[in-house]
Design a binder for this molecule. Structure first.
Ligand SMILES: *Cc1c(COP(=O)(O)O)cnc(C)c1O
Length: 394
């Protein structure tokens, strides 16, 4: 039995929606984008949605809106974020010459630890030696402490970060909160939708996400001024009232085309069904893995009133080892992935910022034991059974 690692969930509705766009002359900046933005904003409980061509583009624009820039100082603007994530959530800070300040995570959820964030923010606001210890090793001997601008939590694996204490810390120190909800479309925290828990949130629609547009992303915010700014930045820096070749500010081509928007709109109409199917697959795994004592199943926090299952990530405990389990599954044709590989240990981050093994122990431990199993909304019970049987007889 062939079990793919992930798979989009597409029906005739999606194929028709995309085909219809080809009967029009509007292939970019058209009515599908407007409609997709309205539906996505409503789902996130936000006033505005701004479609972009990837989740990474959306995060980049959010970092610009937060005011992160190089400035005169060295190090420059600082953003507190998590090292246990996909690399884009830290890279987007570097695009504006800001410095990601990594803070370790809660071992149960893998989401950024709000108590550590509170300490880091207080130390960084205070300055001096207490502030320096939060900086990347390569920047600790610089002449200045940098200015803390924002907190960028990630809703890892579809589970919202513990946003209330994070937002309280942000209010205390006058910081912007950028919620990376690229893995958490439809999730809820204490009954409130992920993506709208901070000042700005970003969703992503790569084919392995809960819904897909091929490539694509969506920024959501309550702020009218930021929605305008995002629309300008994604479209080469044109303001809405600008003539076509008038560019008010430095912008980008981060536009989402109409074919992608039509696909996204058709997927949004099925969002509840897609999330229910993913929850069913997660429940099948949960039941079937209960009796394997070297597998620890994912933990859902009580604050997570709705989990939006993005991946199904287990932890491999002794006497087994993650890499060994992954290799042996692979020999039997079952794909699996180490998830996540800590950002601070990626070659580029080690080189640029001097990070070492041991800098963020909880993240590194999760990075050593976490294994993502094949997962999607189109996975069948037989496929889940096959994966679980393989694991049981390894
Ligand atoms: C997928 C993802 C992104 C980026 O999304 P793209 O659309 O691939 O650019 C950012 N952050 C996290 C945590 C993600 O999982």
């Amino acid at each position: 039995m062939i079990v793919p690692m992930s798979s989009p969930d597409l029906t005739a509705a999606e194929r028709d929606a995309v085909a219809q766009v080809l009967n029009t002359t509007h292939l970019s900046i058209g009515p599908r984008l407007d409609a997709f933005e309205r539906v996505a904003a409503a789902a996130a409980g936000a006033a505005h949605g701004v479609g972009v061509n990837s989740g990474t583009s959306g995060l980049h624009l959010a970092v610009i809106a937060a005011g992160v820039d190089k400035g005169e100082r060295n190090p420059c603007d600082l953003v507190i974020t998590t090292p246990f994530s996909f690399v884009a959530s830290a890279n987007c800070i570097l695009y504006e010459r800001g410095v990601p300040i990594f803070v370790d995570v809660d071992p149960r959820t893998g989401n950024i630890d709000p108590a550590l964030v509170a300490t880091a923010a207080a130390d960084l606001a205070h300055g001096g030696p207490a502030a320096r210890r939060w900086l990347p090793p390569a920047l600790r001997d610089g002449g200045s402490d940098g200015r803390l601008r924002a907190i960028l939590p990630v809703d890892a694996f579809g589970q919202p970060a513990d946003m209330d204490p994070l937002c309280a810390t942000a209010r205390q120190h006058d910081l912007i909160v950028i919620e990376d909800s690229c893995e958490a479309l439809g999730a809820e925290y204490k009954g409130r939708p992920a993506g709208s828990l901070g000042d700005v949130g970003v969703f992503a629609f790569y084919p392995n996400k809960q819904i897909t547009t091929g490539e694509g992303g969506m920024i959501v915010t309550q702020r009218d001024d930021w929605a305008e700014l995002f629309r300008s930045l994604r479209n080469q820096g044109r303001d809405v009232f600008d003539a076509w070749l008038n560019h008010t500010r430095l912008g980008y081509n981060y536009r989402l085309d109409e074919l992608s928007a039509a696909l996204g709109l058709a997927q949004m109409a099925r969002l509840d069904k897609l999330l229910a199917k993913r929850a069913q697959v997660a429940a099948w795994y949960h039941e079937r893995l209960a009796d394997i004592d070297w597998i620890e199943r994912p933990w859902v926090a009580p604050e997570t009133t709705r989990m939006s299952w993005f991946v199904y990530v287990v932890r491999i405990r002794p006497p087994m080892e993650r890499d060994d389990v992954m290799a042996r599954l692979g020999e039997h044709g079952v794909p699996s992935r180490p998830y996540f590989t800590p950002i601070h240990l990626q070659p580029f981050y080690r080189r640029q910022f001097g990070y070492h093994v041991g800098d963020f122990p909880v993240t590194e431990e999760l990075g050593r034991v976490s294994l993502a199993l094949p997962f999607s909304s189109v996975m069948t019970l037989d496929q889940v059974d096959a994966v679980c049987e393989r694991l049981r007889t390894l």
